[in-house]
Write a new protein. Structure first.
Length: 118
């Protein structure tokens, strides 16, 4: 699976918009995206950007997840990539440079773009 930064941003935005004491679940998204979303929730969980539970199923089908909240670093990242214009410019930068979008690089570029807006 290739990491999709648009999916990562979409998940972070969904969790941030979720009212307190509720969770983000696969049903909050298009039905055919369960596997993609689950894989990205796993990545975000491994990176300590979110608090979540993953419910593995033994039978064929997609395991479930529920995301409770953003962690500190998840909030930090989202603060820098929340703005649609900054996000578009961030992706354009990486496309033009033909370099990979790592967490540190995305954070650095989007931080610089946000600073330029101020």
């Amino acid at each position: 699976m290739e990491r999709n930064w648009d999916t990562i941003r979409e998940l972070l935005l969904a969790v941030d918009a979720c009212p307190r004491d509720t969770v983000v679940i696969p049903a909050d998204f298009e039905a055919d995206r369960g596997s993609e979303l689950l894989q990205h929730v796993e990545l975000l969980l491994e990176a300590n950007l979110i608090d979540a539970d993953i419910i593995k199923v033994l039978s064929p089908g997609v395991s479930q997840f529920q995301v409770f909240r953003l962690r500190w670093d998840g909030c930090e990242l989202l603060d820098y990539i929340r703005n649609d214009s900054v996000w578009s410019q961030t992706k354009l930068f990486f496309g033009n440079q033909k370099i990979g979008m790592t967490y540190e690089a995305v954070l650095s570029v989007s931080r610089q773009l946000n600073a330029a807006l101020m």
